[in-house]
Design a protein. Structure first.
Length: 995
């Protein structure tokens, strides 16, 4: 016992120790800035419980001047480390005599066997270190940089424990200038710690710490050896101060593994009370690090080793910002229901939670989590990032972001590095989430390729290829008696390819730039199925699974001559859309809009002697599915368009070709009795735009070139698919976009423009380069499908459907004194496909109501339009056109690639109130079955550049296969009209057949 029988050795000059047994006090007075005292306890037995060093009611005082340090080492009589823990049960005080004996001075305690700050103990000092690691004293207690070095602990099981009713107060005359450091392989903090400055709990065996202005540097040399290394279930708090660049307060908790995984368990209260501008000011932050060191007050960039450190948080209050990063998994909250009152996690600021191998936050029944600022939960590992609310409350004053984004490092020698987004999920199964925005993100961003060059001309290094970026899986599920109120609900799983590395030449060597990386969208979804007790209120619902390729690398030369070797610019990476889904089985109050996005963008080709080709683009699937509820009339936007990358320009050669583009699938689907959704025709974006060809180029050093290089070819553009479907008693309405009365459904293809041919002034007879050909333009697909449901034109205006190829521009010729080159050719356009299908469901008929309908699938080559099914297809009037060249048919119109085909079956019908006009440069087929036929209330006209083939299988009743009930029937066909036995044609006035 210090007061009863102190033994001290190796005390520096100017240090005195006075014991007062009557007052039960020991007073240490020092006159030096650093002092070391070796204490030998009376109880020196090698085994037993904690050594009762300072009993309750005893006082240990330290006196000195200014910012002095006293290191108290506890050893055996032979000077050897103790294997047993020492206990402090009384009171420890330290004073700064220069500051009128106010609290001050820095008191350090070292015991290899551990330290227990016992129940009822009180420590009131200016600075405090508690450690089981001996401290290096080679050049004083602090080296020239102000760092203290803690040698490796003698025992991996040594613990520093602060008991439940112990109190520690650390403050001095310099506001927020105090420090607390607890260093041991095992730490348990259950007491009440108050710090006017910064505190660090470091669970490790060997550490170096720099106590600099509150922004500590913590370098862990040897970590803790497995198990639960750090437990905080008490309080570590202190006064807050206004923002400062001089002394900045932090509370650090660090646990780093040695050979086996370690964990940190955190609860209680942490941070600085009465915080000033808590949400905006980073001073007063709490930082929890599992597996990482600390550099200048922040968590390091790389873990100490590959062994996991996990962090678990429950029943915690953070009085300001908090940043938590685990190299293993991070678990916040508990999956178990609260048994004795609600459990809470509260953050009076922003919260950043990261788990490298997985991060999850669970708010169970009876629990509550409140964040005054933003909450970011993120993971880059296989475990993903997950928020689960099961009956509790999650209240976020700012935004809620759950992220499994992965970004590859850039500029690696071998390329940019690939990146695959992880799994980010938010699931609310009862309970409440309130937040400014709710976002789940699982983006993948490929790294950029390294820059190549010819620093060593004999061994040029090519530019690195960009890495592939692939979106992961992002989902938000709201179900049960759940309540959500927020500004935006968004899920995105975007893939972005990295750009190819450039090649920079100082000698004119024709090096190779890198290729752009592929960008591929993942899966993004928002799913709502709340009960009557639940509600979802937001401005916007957005899902995005787009993909964009990286640009190809460029060639740069600082040499005045042309490059040697005729190099090619980097090719742009392909862009591929993923799948984006909004699925509603319960009403959502969305005051603004819903968007489903799965666009694709090809990367541009890079420039070199010859331009690199642009990347291709393939749109994904964007869908809104409504089941059993009325989704209202709020706008729903579908974006699955594709844009091919542009070809790179040639510097001394032809331009690169533009990338091809194919639009994706935009699907609106209503299912189940009571299911209803209205979509605006103009809100479907499915067009495919081919990339433009690059311009040809000719070096300014070229001499007497006969014909200059040509421009690159434009990429082909193909429209995507619009699918509008209703099933099992549901209704889907197609509205026009105000102020137009016409509802226009179009999926068009736009070929890319050809590149410009190079000019040629290299000699008196030089001819300019040819322009590049334009890309082909191909119409897309529109499907209206009713399977026991109703698809209907929602208003009284017309419905126009177009799946055509739009004309594109060829590249202009280059100039030259010997004449112009040839302009590029304009490639063909091709019509797309339209399918109108109605079939009965298990309990309801299938109905398609077209209103005043105009359908076109034309181009230089004709497309195809099909009506079929055993349901009812009805129009007020109908005109269908498939103009353009078409392959001849011979009774096989049903499987032809072009033309018009009507095939009602069973009890189905294809009927117009007024005129029906079917016009094709290909063939037209009518295929009735049983009692099903095609009928017009007005004139019925068929005009075919090929054949008209009419059949009726197993005809029943008196209804005609094809007829006009009140007007004429006119059929003309260039190659013949064929009618199979059993076919019946009918007209109220005249029947005209012309071949």
């Amino acid at each position: 016992q210090v007061a009863a029988n102190p033994v001290y050795v190796q005390v520096g000059s100017g240090t005195t120790v006075v014991n007062d047994s009557g007052a039960k006090s020991t007073t240490v007075t020092v006159t030096q800035s650093q002092s070391v005292i070796n204490w030998v306890p009376t109880d020196t037995a090698p085994t037993g419980g904690a050594i009762d060093l300072l009993p309750a009611t005893h006082v240990w005082n330290f006196n000195g001047d200014g910012d002095y340090i006293v290191l108290n080492r506890f050893t055996s009589g032979a000077g050897l480390p103790l294997s047993r823990q020492i206990a402090i049960s009384g009171t420890v005080n330290s004073y700064d005599m220069q500051a009128s004996a106010t609290q001050g001075g820095n008191i350090w305690f070292y015991n290899a066997g551990g330290i227990l700050i016992n129940n009822g103990a009180a420590i009131n000092v200016g600075g405090l270190v508690l450690t089981t690691s001996d401290i290096d004293r080679t050049n004083g207690l602090l080296d020239d940089s102000g760092m203290a070095h803690f040698h490796e602990s003698r025992s991996g099981a040594a613990e520093i424990a602060i008991a439940r009713n112990a109190s520690i107060d650390v403050a001095n005359a310099n506001p927020r200038g105090a420090y607390l450091a607890v260093v041991a392989p095992r730490i348990r903090q259950s007491g009440a710690v108050r710090i006017d400055g910064s505190a660090a709990y470091v669970a490790a065996e060997e550490v170096s710490i720099r106590f600099g202005n509150g922004l500590f540097d913590i370098d862990v040399v040897v970590g803790a050896d497995g198990g639960t290394a750090l437990v905080h279930d008490g309080s570590t708090t202190g006064p807050a101060h206004a923002a400062s660049t001089i002394d900045q307060s932090r509370i650090y908790m660090v646990a780093v593994p040695k050979n086996d995984a370690v964990s940190m368990l955190v609860s209680g209260q942490m941070g600085y009370y009465d915080a000033v501008s808590a949400v905006a000011d980073p001073n007063g932050a709490v930082i929890l690090s599992g597996g990482y060191g600390i550099g200048y007050g922040g968590i390091g960039n790389s873990p100490g080793n590959g062994v996991a450190a996990d962090i678990a948080i429950a029943d915690a209050r953070f009085r300001g910002h908090v940043e938590i990063h685990a190299s293993g998994t991070l678990l916040a909250g508990s999956a178990e229901p609260a048994s004795a009152g609600e459990r809470q996690i509260a953050v009076e600021g922003n919260a950043l939670f990261t788990g490298d191998r997985g991060a999850s936050l669970t708010v169970g029944t009876g629990d509550a989590m409140t964040i005054d600022g933003d909450l970011v939960l993120q993971s880059r590992g296989a475990g993903g990032a997950r928020v689960q609310v099961d009956g509790g409350q999650l209240i976020v004053g700012g935004d809620l972001l759950v992220s499994a984004d992965v970004a590859a490092e850039s500029f690696n020698d071998a390329g940019g590095g690939d990146a695959q987004g992880g799994t980010a999920s938010i699931r609310l199964s009862g309970g409440t989430i309130l937040a400014g925005r709710i976002i789940a993100s699982a983006d993948g961003m490929g790294g950029a390729g390294s820059i190549g060059g010819d620093d060593s001309p004999g061994a040029p290094v090519p530019g690195g290829d960009g890495g592939a970026g692939r979106g992961g899986n992002a989902s938000i599920t709201i179900e049960g008696a759940a309540n959500v109120e927020t500004g935006i609900i968004a899920a995105h799983a975007i893939g972005e390819g990295g750009g190819g590395g450039d090649f920079v030449s100082g000698t004119g060597i024709s090096g190779a730039p890198g290729q752009g990386g592929e960008g591929r969208g993942g899966t993004a979804g928002i799913y709502v199925n709340v009960t009557a007790a639940g509600s979802v209120t937001t401005a916007d619902l957005i899902v995005d699974a787009s993909g964009s390729g990286g640009g190809g690398g460029e060639y740069y030369s600082f040499n005045s001559g042309p490059s040697a070797g005729g190099g090619v610019g980097g090719r742009g990476g392909d862009g591929v859309g993923g799948t984006a889904t909004i699925a509603l089985a319960a009403p959502v109050t969305a005051s603004n809009q819903m968007q489903a996005v799965a666009q694709a963008l090809g990367g541009d080709g890079g420039s070199h002697d010859r331009g690199g080709d642009g990347g291709n683009a393939f749109g994904g699937t964007a869908q809104a599915i409504v089941t059993g509820i009325d989704a209202g009339t709020g706008p729903v936007y579908f974006h699955v368009g594709a844009q091919g990358g542009d070809g790179g320009d040639g510097q001394d050669g032809i331009g690169g070709s533009g990338g091809n583009a194919i639009g994706g699938t935009a699907r609106a689907q209503a299912d189940g009795a009571g299911g209803r959704i209205a979509v605006t025709a103009g809100n479907f974006s499915t067009d495919g735009h081919g990339g433009s060809g690059g311009s040809g180029g000719l070096s300014f050093m070229a001499v007497d070139v006969a014909v200059a290089p040509a421009g690159g070819r434009g990429g082909d553009g193909t429209g995507g698919t619009i699918e509008i479907a209703a099933s099992n008693g549901a209704q889907l309405f197609i509205d026009s976009e105000s102020p137009s009365p016409t509802a226009f459904l179009g999926s068009l293809g736009y070929g890319g423009s050809g590149g410009r041919g190079s000019s040629n002034f290299s000699g008196p007879t030089g001819i300019g380069g040819d322009g590049g050909d334009s890309g082909a333009s191909n119409g897309g697909t529109v499907r209206l499908i009713a399977t026991g449901g109703t698809v209907s034109r929602g208003g009284s205006g017309p419905l126009a459907i177009a799946v055509t190829g739009a004309p594109s521009e060829s590249g202009p010729a280059g100039e030259g004194p010997g004449g112009l080159g040839a302009n590029g050719a304009e490639t063909v356009t091709t019509g797309g496909q339209v399918l109108i299908e109605a079939n009965a469901g298990p309990a309801s008929p299938g109905i398609v109501e077209l209103g005043l309908a105009d359908i076109e699938a034309s181009g230089d080559r004709a497309g195809r339009v099909v009506f079929r099914g055993n349901g009812a297809i009805h129009a007020a009037a109908l005109e269908v056109r498939t103009r353009g060249a078409a392959a001849p048919t011979n009774g096989d119109v049903g499987v032809a690639s072009a033309g018009i085909y009507l095939a009602p079956s069973g009890g189905g019908s294809i009927v117009t109130d007024g005129a029906m006009r079917l016009l094709s440069d290909g063939s037209i087929g009518i295929q009735g079955q049983a009692g099903a036929g095609v009928a017009a209330g007005g004139p019925l006209t068929l005009e075919a550049g090929g054949e008209v083939d009419i059949r009726h299988a197993s005809r029943t009743g008196t209804a005609a296969t094809l007829g006009s009930a009140a007007d004429a029937l006119s059929i003309s066909a260039e190659t013949g009209i064929h009618a199979a036995p059993g076919t019946l044609l009918a007209a109220a006035t005249t029947l005209s057949l012309t071949t």
